[in-house]
Design a binder for this molecule. Sequence first.
Ligand code: ADP
Ligand code: MG
Length: 327
Amino acid sequence: ATPAATMIGTSIGATNGVLFKGGDVLERVRDVDTVVFDKTGTLTEGEMTLTDVVALDRSAAADGGDPAGETRADGGGAVATAEGDESATLADPETDLLYAAASAESGSEHPLAEAIVDGAEERSLDLATPDDFENVPGKGVRATVDGREVLVGNPGLFEERGIAVDAAAEARDRLEREGKTAMLVAIDGRLAGVLATADTVKESAKRAVAGVQERGKTVRMLTGDNERTARAVADELGIPAENVSAEVLPGEKADAVESIQSDGSRAMMVGDGVNDAPALAAAYVGAAIGSGTDVAIEAADVTLMRDDPEDVLKAVNISDATLRKIK
Ligand code: ADP
Ligand code: MG
């Protein structure tokens, strides 16, 4: 492209909240044939809300029996609150489960942790400060709460520690098919229940996916979240199941991008988090979205200033239009 075309494209971008970092970026954006979206915070709002608290009967849990009780946190039957008789409250399995998990999570800054803590506080639970808190990236947390060892996270975390998760299979299945993120909770080395959070798909994410596909480009989704939740969200957005990579650990996102590009594809990776920075750097074009972290913006070639995945189309349009006209 001529310097003039580059200048025009870059400045049109800037007035539209699309910052191209350097002149060659416009040309690379034009040549992108695959757009890889991070799920959480990019295609979804990234604001998780606690929706379900499922306590498993500890005796039944051993032989894979039915859940002891279940509470939908979103309206339905209410979780007992801390008001009233305290010993009765602690005897309630859902309340105790949420209390233990939320206390452990209060040491974490992960969006899932914040959803659990907020959910507990909304139910007037007084949380404990966890001892020897341990964060396991991409998997969950472990902490001691009132002398009890509490583990919250995904099946990978539980396998790692030899805790059987079969008794939670049914609840997990159902919650994940609803597009929710299910998290297992163990207390003192035994599976105690399942918590679920839901995130909302951004309205503009559907238009972004459709628009990119209409331009003949492949849309893919990358996430650390589990397979079923990822598929439910992808389905809602019109992303084919075979284009979804789930359960990708934070350190593996860059490898995943490289593997997508190993057939010669030129990928634009769109992400927001600290976890996404290496993947943004590995992609043919890295695009940081919205109020993304500084680390992500640093690693990116393009910054989409507004928190809007549809601005991917804007970036593509600007690069197409300016490079075509002035060539
Ligand atoms: P994403 O790539 O979608 O941003 P992460 O890589 O941060 O997700 O986490 C992947 C998975 O690990 C989550 O979906 C969840 O199952 C589990 N996980 C991570 N952090 C926590 C936490 N603090 N509490 C419970 N589960 C967690
Ligand atoms: Mg993320």
